[in-house]
Design a protein around this ligand. Structure first.
Ligand code: PLP
Length: 478
């Protein structure tokens, strides 16, 4: 394809994209296709001769859209949001044009340097302690990971390296394999599955601790577990605190757990994948009280801060534990400026990395902090609006305090009734929700996901929930 054709194709695709997003409300939120729907719609083999871009564009509605779940529909309330905005989409075009692989500073200096500065901008906008920021001139700094799962694993590997080094120093007679076998980490049974996975991938034990009756992990629970494990000859090394759990958007007691971890030389990682975006609003920062005790902090601008996937922001007080743990230094990756700027390849699992900070730069500049705050406040306001509607109907109960853009609710009654309720809601095809279960109580989660959501959409969602409840409770099989 030549540049002139690219201009035409690109412009047509921009028009299609704007049209798609502005009218997304009119599409059925979850497709009705069955597995294998796509193969018969396209030829068995790739074409020998080039086709026209117009034909490719035409096939989007015919082949792709029938199988798309519209995550940006105001009727999509499942999981947590994934972000989307025009500035981020445009930034991804530029990232695709530059198409550098910024594994070291010299591999594309702007790619590294913009990332360093954007993580400072963002960290300051969230009110993170200075020690996490590169501009503090101390050791700290930020990096963009692909996902929160990677951040949790990377932090675990840093923690592992730190504890192995400290233990070797204290007990030089111990073999590394003996130390690793005795390492133990901690998290709540309510933390995301990626935390358990990080333990498996990192080859260490992670204990799943019980939260309190409000589903929060408490400092005394972590302290007790550490004490028991030390007595059993184990070496506590890592703890993950969640701010905004996936099931119910609950906040662990960071201010209690922080001092326990610090006293016990246990790396504290904070997973705020979804809720972290809310800290851009000063009124929600009380939910991260105690953050100064953490060793690493992570949230996903790609969830709730208008930056398209993938952009998971991670800050570390002392990245040298990662840099040293992951340092392999072949000649072809060395450069003369080594040491005077981050080589991000040491801060992550893969070698290659895209120019993701462009998305942050464009979004921060074209929205400004005030509009990012507005979007968070609007979503939280809409969640409270839905909560209020649920509370007008005494067949229902709210199962968790609504703090962010998630409402957890259920019909008073059995799990089976609520399973049927969800089946009916999703079966009607207008809105889409997923369930969760805590301590054997099954409930429904309604997350405010789309930047297009308005009160009128929440009215539609509530009407759908109520009508499905009528069907379930009146035995109406409509
Ligand atoms: N942590 C929490 C609290 C989450 O809610 C999620 C996903 O929703 C994750 C981690 C995983 O995020 P990612 O897909 O970026 O790995």
């Amino acid at each position: 394809m030549e540049a002139n054709q690219f201009r035409e194709f690109g412009k047509a695709m921009i028009d299609y994209t704007a049209e798609y997003l502005e009218n997304i409300r009119d599409r059925r939120v979850v497709p009705t296709v069955k597995p294998g729907y796509l193969r018969p719609l396209i030829p068995e083999n790739a074409p020998e001769k080039p086709e026209k871009w117009e034909d490719v564009l035409k096939d989007i509605e015919r082949v792709i859209m029938p199988g798309v779940t519209h995550w940006h529909s105001p009727r999509f309330h499942a999981y947590y949001p994934t972000a989307n905005s025009y500035p981020a989409i445009v930034a991804d075009i530029l990232s695709g044009a530059i198409a550098c692989i910024g594994f070291t500073w010299i591999a594309s200096p702007a790619c590294t340097e913009l990332e360093v500065v954007m993580l400072d901008w963002l960290g300051k906008a969230l009110g993170l302690p200075e020690e996490f920021l590169a501009c503090s001139g101390d050791k700290g700094g930020g990096v963009i990971q692909g996902t929160a799962s990677e951040a949790t694993l990377v932090a675990l590997l840093g923690a592992k390296a730190r504890t192995i080094a400290a233990t070797k120093k204290k007990y030089p007679e111990l073999k590394e394999s003996d130390i690793v076998a005795r390492l133990v980490g901690y998290t709540s049974s309510q933390s995301h599955s990626s935390v358990e996975r990080a333990g498996l991938l990192g080859g260490v034990k992670l204990r799943s601790l019980q939260p309190d009756k409000n589903n929060k992990l408490r400092g005394e629970t972590v302290a007790q577990a550490i004490k028991e494990d030390r007595e059993a000859g184990l070496i506590p090394f890592y703890c993950v605190v969640t701010l905004g759990t996936t099931s119910s958007c609950t906040f662990d007691c960071l201010d209690e757990i922080g001092p326990v971890c610090n006293e016990n030389e246990t790396w504290l990682h904070v997973d705020a994948a979804y809720a972290g975006s809310a800290f851009i609003c000063p009124e929600y920062r009380y939910l991260m009280n105690g953050i100064e005790k953490a060793d690493s902090f992570n949230f996903n601008p790609h969830k709730w801060m208008l930056v398209n996937f993938d952009c998971s922001a991670m800050w570390l007080k002392d990245p040298s534990w990662l840099v040293d743990a992951f340092n392999v230094d072949p000649l072809y990756l060395k450069h003369e400026q080594q040491g005077s700027a981050p080589d991000y390849r040491h801060w992550q699992i893969p070698l290659g990395r895209r120019f993701r900070s462009l998305k942050l730069w464009f979004v921060l500049r074209l929205y400004g902090i005030e509009n990012l705050q507005k979007q968070i406040r609007t979503h939280i306001g809409l969640a409270h609006y839905f909560e209020k509607l649920v509370k007008t109907d005494d067949r229902f109960e709210i199962t968790e305090e609504v703090l962010m853009g998630l409402v957890c609710f259920r019909l008073k009654g059995s799990n089976q009734t609520n399973e049927e309720l969800l089946r009916r809601i999703n079966g009607r095809g207008v809105i889409h929700l997923v369930p969760s279960k805590i301590r054997d109580t099954y409930f429904l989660r309604l997350a405010i996901c789309s930047r297009f959501t308005e009160e009128r959409d929440i009215d539609v969602s509530w009407k759908e929930v109520k009508e499905a409840a009528n069907e379930v409770l009146n035995g109406n099989s409509k």
